[in-house]
Design a binder for this molecule. Sequence first.
Ligand code: ATP
Ligand code: MG
Length: 598
Amino acid sequence: MRLSQYPIATLKETPAEAEIESQRLMLRAGLIRRLAAGLYTWMPIGMRTLTKVMNIVREEMNRAGAFELLMPAVQPAELWQETGRWDKFGPLMLRLKDRHQRDFLIGPTHEEVITDIARRELKSYRQLPVNFYQVQTKFRDEIRPRFGVMRAREFIMKDAYSFHMDEKSLREDGYLVMREAYTRMFQRMKLEFRAVQADSGAIGGNRSEEFQVLAASGEDAIAVSDGDDYAANIETAIALPPGAKVAPGTVPGVIDEDELTMLRGTPPAPPREELRKIPTPGLRTIEDLVKALSIPIEKTVKTLVYEGVDGLVAFLVRGDHQLNEVKAGKLPQVKTPLRPATPDAVRMAFGAGFGSLGPLFADERTVRGITFIADHTVASMSDFAVGANEDDFHFTGVNWGRDLPAPEHVADIRNVVEGDPSPTGKGKLRIVRGIEVGHIFQLGQLYSQAMNATVLDESGKSVVPYMGCYGIGVTRIVAAAIEQNHDERGIIWPEPIAPFHVVLIPMNAHKSYRVREIADRLYAEWTAAGIEVLYDDRDARPGVKFADAELLGIPHRVVVGERGIDAGKLEYRHRRDTESQDFPLEGALEFIRSRMGR
Ligand code: ATP
Ligand code: MG
């Protein structure tokens, strides 16, 4: 491609709207342009990378035996009413009416449409297992579209849906095959990633894993074990009760949930302190309290109150820990979705406001309408401090069994922290950050059941098929790749998704016939050999060309100059190199090929 004819505009200035590096670089390098919040145009150079990402995704989906189709972006409300998601999906879904005032939506995902296809097209066990996929535009009216195409409102997803006769086939012919395909895709794109256990969110279903590209700017926190390959989104990462022993898992990362709920932590140490009620005027946060009383934060407990199915639910979490709303929200005692209790309701039940709450009441009043649920860590504590349920007072030296009965409800309700033992029984957890680029689910019969999809088995009996679904954020991958591969001068593309392989820069070609002639020849020769060359034939100063080449992140740079030609040499530099090197003009194509590993 001759740059003089290529519609590309790089920007020197950082656009004010940019919040993270990939967004800044995508705008500066002219890959994307913003239309409105969360809506972006892919410009030609950005489109080249996006196409390469799509090609890799398609190749691996096809290799895995999936079939490509294309479903409409606009979907009728009736389908979503069948599964109950028309009401449940909430404001993330963009709804619209047609000219006859009929309800439609712009698809945030396609489980309903594909299940409708399945119930019409799939009749017999002979047609299963089958996996359909599409590469298609989704719309989600994100509450906070940000970071450019990373969290857009309109974005391209590869979504696949598989259908199976039984759970075993779902796991083996669907889920694990897709897991393998995803692993190959991200390896081919040369991204550093992890498959992590995940929450199933609004899509529903049982087991799911996310593919996370590791990057400091990632929105997700991930717990990874240093002892085996356990990795989980912090939303679901399991915090073992203190001192609990689990047998190292035979399948790393897979833990029996029932077994886990049976685990108990070590009992609290015997009391050493007296129970004391102390005035704590104006101390609202745990930090304030710890400073004023000079007690370790590990000796404090905070009380967080939510709406329960029967009155209020108060979660007890150690002062330095964080309540995990995903885990807490799954407990049978709470309302779904999880909602904090109002200040009025809290005052009515506890007799005090936020900041002075606790499980222990000074007088003999029995607590009515409050269900306390203690985190495992809290259940193992002794001599701790909590709010006294009286404004501006706290208790210290609180002990289970002495000052109040041992907690009736104990559960894993906190976020894991760095250094926690891995729930597989091997190693310790580290917390890293990631960008979710893919998500695979075993849905089971959720949608097929709701929409009455059935097929006949070998004996002619009608059975409800098992489903899996598998998403990839195609547009998000481009941003994630940049987040992981850039420096202060620009993008550093992994070669398989670079918009061009080589940038060819003639120095002062307008003044030198020889330079222009050789550069023209190399461009023609390399292009004919299947190398994608961006030929910077503009009448621009070398400094401008170098800066643009670095911003655009083309992996290989070749410079043609008068002095080099005299010595029969060209100049080469990889985008990751700090220094250039000369190489002979003779056999230049072989040299470039060897650099490209071809
Ligand atoms: P997130 O947790 O980031 O909101 P999600 O879990 O809702 O994503 P899925 O329903 O699993 O997303 O969608 C599959 C993939 O689509 C995600 O793994 C992600 O890569 C991509 N994706 C989801 N939402 C967006 C968005 N707003 N912009 C760009 N890509 C997105
Ligand atoms: Mg997801």
